[in-house]
Design a protein around this ligand. Sequence first.
Ligand code: 26Q
Length: 821
Amino acid sequence: SKKSVAPTPALTAEQFKTSVVKHLRTTLGTYEEKASKQAWNKALAAAINEFVFEGVSRTRKTHANVGARAVHYLSLEFLMGRLMSNNLQNLGLYSVAEEALKSLGLEIADVLEEEPDMALGNGGLGRLAACFIDSMATLSIPAVGYGIHYEHGLFRQEFHKGRQVERPDQWREFGNPWEICRPESAQVIKLYGYVETVYEQGKLSKVWHPGRTIRAIPWDIPVVGYGGQNVNVLRLWESRADKFFDWDVFNSGGYVDAYSESVEAETISKVLYPNDETDAGKELRLIQQYFFSAASIADVMRRYKAANGEDLANFAKLNAMQLNDTHPAIAIPELMRVLVDEENFAWDEAWAMTRETFSYTNHTLLPEALEKWSLKLIEKVLPRHMEIILEINSRFLTQEVETMWPGNNDIKRKLSIVEEGAEQMIRMGNLSVIGSHTVNGVAQIHSDLVKKDLFPEFDALWPNKFVNVTNGITPRRWMKACNPRLSALIEQHIDTDWPRYLEKLTGLKPLADDQAFQDSFMAVKHENKVDFVKEIKTLTGVDVSADAIFDVQIKRLHEYKRQHLNLLHIMALYRRVLIDPNYDMHPRVFIFGAKAAPGYKIAKEIIFAINKVAEKINNDRRINDKIKVVFLPNYRVSLAEKLIPAADVSEQISLAGKEASGTGNMKLALNGAITIGTMDGANIEIAEEAGSDNVVIFGMEVDDVVALKNKGYHPADYYRSNEELKAVLDWLEGDFFTPGEPGLLAEVKRNLVESDPFMVLPDFESYCEAHQKIDALYRDKKAWAKAAILNTASLAKFNSDRSIQDYAQNIWHVKGVEAKS
Ligand code: 26Q
């Protein structure tokens, strides 16, 4: 007998239909015969919100009454994607809604398609924040996600003649049914100006006279936990002019000029910065970081005081704040400023409270990605914070560092928050480590490297500060909602509460060898592929076969992620088939999805190269459809949800030591794709869990990379000594892929042969061999099915609920508090 704790619907399909129709008429102002898909979508949202908004109030009351320690997850990014199917799923209303819409003559899938993605993030870090707030809600942890209510999320990507073109994202163009504006909780944020030193009753204090002020308006997005009982919120701040406009200017005829200040204030939350990994150093970005950090801290203070009165003695006991990378690190001096300047705490006491409050997650080791701000810029925008940062630094260096390493100036120089040089820079990583009680990496190997390579002296100073929390993904979105066929199949064999208790997937292990189960599992994969074949046709015009191997690389375009290694292998395969038309291989479709940061030149060249090679191969009759290459435009969460269930092979081919964790690797493996990957990030733990027979590992490991670097790496040596590698690189030079326009792809070759910063060439041979293994394994249908099933059955560790339990126990010291209806 199978246990079911899947959420039970609160109403029948008939009742739900009545509610949707009522909203269509009374909320949307239209009627059944006339309504557009979009109107139906909004009516459906309104019907769902009757449950969602009730849950927000219920959960708030519960958490306020209990007075438990709460988590505040500060992140510049929340890559939420669509909310409707997730909300239906978590409320247990999906089938009810499906049936209700059917009776109205509508396919639920079509109605869901009307919802734009909430793309308020770049990639991994932003999507992690979204998975984490889903898990915090599911585990009933009192938690608020704090971020920015960007008017425009990540750009929409188009290809024009193979090149990426960025278009503005307009996710709120027609309103957003899920958000609630809370003007009563607005905050005023100060910027610029100067600091005055005041002596009063023998006491020295600082007064910040801001040059201007901005209003921060919160928008709350409910986050429904699985089962629907607990509903947390994501609170996103929008910037507005403080005084809406200048009435004098307005009255003296300057109707338009009066708006100019408001326009400037409103640029703060206008647009998400589209660079991941690299920092632009722009003033507006710094202001974004401060704007939302300060508003969030003021909000936490306001709530604390409303519940506990003016005495802040318990502030740090009741509030944990997690910094999602260094982006909100300015919150550390901001809390100090509030405690010292506004609440009159002595420095030491304020500092103890601050450290007890903050913890910091590091997501990268790439030196170019470590955030630094010019001291001059911070001084201009946030003069008081600059003083506080320098005070934090001077106390740290003269007390803590001096005690540990007396007289050692080399170490002081390394650990200082201020980097000396032509221009003094503020190292946000050092500030974050110094101001936090705990620092975590996002996969075991990454956390080890954070200690060993990034912050070794900090680790020596504070041996217990550094910990690991391996990333995770929510199985509600990344299995139950996106892969209904696989979910239904596994529910024939295990309890239906697996989305809450993912360990139950291990119950599938005994079936890995079972012929009937293998057949059903692969039949599901095939049906998902058939669905996706249509998607590929619509998006790219390319015809592909569902019988081919679907080989998928989906992630931001980055040199360290090595999409160009994948490209070189595709070209090698193509060349083999041209040389030998009988070259024996199972047909393959190589599928890419990736956005490049708009200013990242070589990344855009790689996109162009893949598109050009794709065009040539897809139209070359000689290869008899053995190879197809498709680059899907505008890769995003909602496209990932369609593609991942159809993937056979998961490309995780970063240079060892560079990918902090990866989370797409987890999504693909959970849905039964076989990983081809390096020993990097979470790939290592995936191999550990799934078994090394069920992943294909290749390439240099971290130690090999270090050894080769030390020995001196010369890409030209590899270019010259591998005939196939040389041939495909040379191929990029002529006009074979760009007929009549020679040299358009030459930059990609030059980059690899002359510098190759991420060591693509040394891993080429091993990568090609790994692909031979994939090909052989796929042709052994039983062996493939078994490996795929064992991946699905073994991935429970990568449930973001487990990640959040780790944070809750080891970092935040919080417990779940179940909301009662
Ligand atoms: C910084 C300053 C200015 C402008 C932009 C940025 C910026 C924005 C986004 C810097 C970095 C990011 C995003 C980083 C990111 O997504 N990192 C990924 O985080 C995942 C979750 O932990 C990991 O799985 C990936 O390995 C890591 O690359």
